[in-house]
Design a protein around this ligand. Structure first.
Ligand SMILES: *[C@@H]1O[C@H](CO)[C@@H](O)[C@H](O)[C@H]1NC(C)=O
Ligand SMILES: *[C@@H]1O[C@H](CO)[C@@H](O)[C@H](O)[C@H]1NC(C)=O
Length: 622
């Protein structure tokens, strides 16, 4: 266990350095052998028990200094739309939930050697980007991977810096971690380069990043920063009905004379619904119920509205937060704009130790409807391949028209494989685990089918009528390709060759790959759940494909066209989730399976691990 003391006053200096530079260099130079030195036990050896943070809450010594609060103390900001009484965190002893992870046997030395080679390769890829971020874009939101400049599209508080903290810790890069913590100590959340900030993005990237890094390291300044940021984001709930805003005006939130805000009449389901994990974790570590209360109110609305939407059980893409109306919008997806709100239902169940039944209800009434209306088997030239695949499309609900899937598959939607499988384990439903496996297989296949070995942002296939019998129909396939084709005068062959369409795919609507994590996320979850080694090989193929097509002078850039082989020059953009999520999942799948064990940790939608409550620890620690 790491014990760290905050120095009083003066510049913040992290005290604990478990590994010196020599070791870090030895690791890089010594290829995979180095890995055994840096990582010689489960990650939990470095971490603190779930409930061990409380002692820190009594020590407020540093909170009033600039380091902790920056130029404005958000704890003192007004909150006009007062809440009469707070919904408390569910009380009681956390339940022991069913095991998620496979019971892995001891690995052989050759398995370990191969795994470690791959793991070191992932870490090297991370270190290249991180080193250049430090050199050319330190404390900026993003490193521009081609020009080597900095960019600030996320409030200018160092999105990449905060988002990468736990990856640094997990990869054993402790010197870099403490250097980053020191820079985080100087972030000023009191002001921003932007006049309004996205509440959702700031919550999942920054607040999630700070809380996870605190859970792993117990560095007090990370909690102080999380509290300041949490207090700022809490002001987005200062609306007449306490529903959160999509974007928070930073200066407006400080105004004492006003009356707060009115909630949005149009906000996407993801933005209103996926603040739950971060605010709950903040409430758990600070023991301040207001943070939990804020998100519990949104959950209560979902619970109330779930059966009255246009497809009862499912939630529409757009929500009227002002009128608390979820029945107006007819469009439904689990991709962009909705994804993480669904993702958080089973994860909240885990984070709350199974003590709050509403999240199980929300999952159990939505999952079968996703299965029924949105999941489909794609028609593939080899029927037996198609048998193993599922994709997930969108639906629209019109009166008197049968609901029919729009087979538009997004890279973002690839998280559903891991989502169904994880929930299937948590709620002991093998049907859902099986759906998760087939959905993950669908994304693996889409990677393999493309010339670069990387899946595009959006594509179409032909949905089968039947999930069990689906013979290839060339006439139907050609008709579908032509239906999607912009150039109707072209013939089928010309369309296929000009758009480099792999067989079975009817359109590649957006050929980019934006360094997104969702496919490797699901492969990682499936591996931890089943222990099947083939997932390691799939992950490695995906890594090599992405690495080859995205590598730039300073880092990795968004791929413009995953059908271009040799690859085109990538775009000059590297979002913080490349280091926070994508490379973390690649690293974790090639790590020993007790590193971020899914029975101890639950990851937010930005891959930030939060410590799960454990009945055992509650008994001994409490
Ligand atoms: C939802 O509504 C349907 C009727 O539209 C009803 O049969 C079902 O029991 C309701 N479910 C819940 C949980 O209220
Ligand atoms: C193949 O698809 C076409 C176009 O939808 C359809 O008319 C035909 O009946 C199908 N053939 C078979 C064998 O199902």
């Amino acid at each position: 266990m790491v014990k760290i003391k905050m120095p009083r006053g003066g510049a913040y200096k992290p005290m604990s350095r478990r590994h010196n530079r020599t070791l870090v260099y030895a690791l890089v130079v010594g290829a995979f052998f180095g890995a055994f030195y840096i990582y010689n036990g489960p990650i939990d050896a470095f971490a603190v028990p779930w409930d061990a943070h409380e002692g820190y809450m009594n020590d407020r010594s540093n909170v009033d200094g600039f380091i902790a609060k920056g130029s404005y103390d958000w704890r003192k900001a007004p909150f006009h739309n007062k809440i009469e009484s707070y919904t408390p965190l569910p009380a009681g002893k956390p339940r022991t939930l069913p095991p998620i992870q496979f019971d892995f046997p001891e690995e052989t030395s050759s398995q370990r050697a191969r795994r470690e080679l791959r793991r070191v390769a992932v870490r090297k890829e991370f270190e290249r980007s991180w080193g250049n971020y430090k050199k050319y874009a330190w404390t900026r939101d993003e490193l521009m991977p081609i020009t080597g400049r900095g960019d600030d599209p996320f409030g200018g508080w160092g999105a990449t810096l905060v988002d990468s903290l736990d990856t640094l810790w997990i990869m054993g890069l402790k010197d870099d971690f403490y250097e980053a913590v020191e820079a985080v100590a100087h972030i000023d959340f009191g002001k921003s380069v932007m006049s309004t900030i996205s509440v959702f993005e700031t919550t999942i990237r920054y607040l999630g990043g700070l809380l996870a890094a605190f859970d792993l390291s117990n560095e007090r300044v990370l909690l102080d920063k999380a509290i300041q940021l949490g207090e700022m984001l809490y002001r987005s709930f200062d609306t007449t009905n306490n529903m959160p805003l999509d974007r928070l005006p930073i200066e407006g939130a400080k105004q004492t004379g006003g009356a707060g805000f009115s909630a949005d009449n149009q906000i996407c389901f993801a933005a209103i619904g996926s603040l739950t994990m971060e605010f709950t974790r903040l409430a758990q570590v600070t023991q301040q119920p207001k943070f939990y209360d804020a998100v519990a109110r949104v959950t209560e609305l979902f619970d109330r509205a779930q059966n009255s939407t246009r497809i009862p059980g499912l939630f529409p893409t757009w929500v009227n937060a002002q009128r608390e109306d979820l029945a107006a919008d007819r469009s439904f997806t689990v991709g962009a704009m909705a994804d993480s709100s669904y993702e958080y239902f089973p994860k909240m169940h885990a984070l709350l130790g199974g003590l709050e039944p509403v999240y199980e209800k929300l999952y159990k009434e939505s999952a079968p409807m996703i299965d029924k209306h949105m999941l489909f088997r794609p028609m593939m030239p080899e029927e037996e391949v198609g048998q193993e695949l599922l994709y997930c499309g969108n639906v629209n609900a019109y009166e008197d028209v049968e609901i029919k899937v729009d087979p538009r598959m997004q890279h973002l939607t690839c998280f559903v494989g891991g989502f169904f499988a994880l929930a299937g384990r948590i709620f002991e439903n093998s049907h859902d685990v099986d759906l998760g496996a087939k959905l993950t297989e669908g994304c693996i296949y889409a990677y393999k089918a493309m010339p670069t070995g990387v899946m595009p942002e959006i594509f179409y296939t032909t949905p089968c009528e039947d999930r069990y019998v689906c013979p290839w129909n060339q006439t139907l396939y050609e008709a579908e390709v032509m239906r999607h084709s912009y150039l109707h005068r072209d013939d089928f062959e010309a369309t296929v060759s000009s758009s480099r369409l792999p067989r079975g795919f009817t359109k590649l609507e957006d050929k980019r790959y934006l360094l997104r994590p969702e496919a490797i996320e699901s492969v990682f979850v499936m591996y931890r759940i089943t222990g099947r080694e083939e997932y390691l090989d799939h992950a490695w193929d995906m890594f090599l494909g992405v690495q080859k097509a995205s590598r730039t002078k300073f880092g990795n850039g968004q791929i413009l066209d995953i059908t271009a082989d040799p690859p085109l020059l990538p775009e000059d953009k590297m979002e913080s989730f490349w280091l926070a999520e994508t490379l973390k999942y690649f690293y974790l799948i090639f790590s020993p399976p007790d590193m971020i064990d899914l029975d101890d940790w639950v990851l937010n939608t930005e891959a930030h691990p939060f410590r799960r409550p454990k009945s055992l620890q509650m008994e001994t620690g409490g």
